[in-house]
Design a protein around this ligand. Structure first.
Ligand SMILES: [Zn+2]
Ligand SMILES: [Zn+2]
Length: 258
């Protein structure tokens, strides 16, 4: 199983940095089942730099903040173009939205004056359950809720005898920690420089990400989802000082085979 970070940024763009998107390729020569985890701004273009968009089998969206899904519209244009002429059964890309995501997506489509079936005409669109546990082509995906300003869900992917977990957007969360139990790689957001106070928390500092990784028994932590202007090397140092888990720092184009 190979991970490629397509976007390591958060909602505020920085030069050369996309928002959230992770390509997971499984199977022999990483050419079996392929998943895209989140599709924020910049991800459609980044994906096309890696492989044809129509190669993707499953798209999972952690939550309906724009930096995690808004490039679905651009991606849909390209996939539809690339699949033109193929018979209906070939249109096999499944779009897994969080609970309530279909209503949100419909509202976005209406706002931008796109037809309401814009996505459904290309993707098989569904909403996953908050505790979804599914399997397709030997790839298991489990879902667990995180702690965020809106409902957001962490994902665990198991394939080829390996496991990774992706936090989505979350404050420190026992449920996300449980989902990441003993994974080979835990992609955890670290959007904050300092812990949140005074309102409902929704993000992690590097220290909080390191503590979740330690508690989960993750073999490696990949810090990601950095706010514009973050000193990511310093974030890595802070996470390494806060816990025993080896730490990598995500950047657009980061790759790791697990
Ligand atoms: Zn985000
Ligand atoms: Zn968010």
């Amino acid at each position: 199983m190979r991970l490629t970070v397509l976007g390591s940024g958060a909602a505020c763009p920085a030069a050369g940095q996309n928002s959230s998107g992770y390509l997971v390729e499984t199977g022999p020569d990483n050419n079996g089942h392929r998943l895209l985890l989140d599709c924020g701004h910049g991800i459609a273009s980044a994906l096309l730099s890696e492989r044809p968009a129509a190669d993707i089998d499953d798209i999972w969206v952690t939550h309906m903040h724009a930096d995690h899904f808004i490039d679905l519209l651009a991606l849909r244009f390209r996939i539809t173009r690339d699949m033109a002429g193929l018979p209906e059964p070939e249109r096999r890309i499944s779009l897994h939205l969080p609970p309530g995501g279909m209503t949100r997506l419909a509202a976005i489509l209406e706002a931008v004056t796109f037809p309401l079936d814009f996505c459904a005409s290309t993707f098989r669109v569904s909403e996953y359950a908050p505790d979804e546990d599914s399997e397709c082509d030997g790839v298991g995906v489990r879902v667990s809720p995180g702690t965020h300003y809106i409902p957001s869900f962490a994902l665990r992917v198991e394939a080829d005898g390996a496991a990774l977990a992706y936090s989505g957007d979350t404050a420190p969360s026992a449920a996300v920690t449980d989902l990441a139990r003993d994974v080979d790689l835990f992609i955890c957001e670290a959007a904050l420089d300092q812990p949140e106070t005074g309102h409902m928390p929704g993000h992690c500092t590097p220290e909080q990400a390191a503590e979740m990784a330690r508690a989960a028994g993750a073999k490696r932590l990949l810090l990601s989802h950095f706010w514009y202007g973050t000193d990511t090397e310093r974030f890595g140092q802070r996470a390494r000082a806060a816990g025993p888990t080896p730490v990598d720092i995500a950047h657009d184009g980061y790759r790791r085979t697990i």
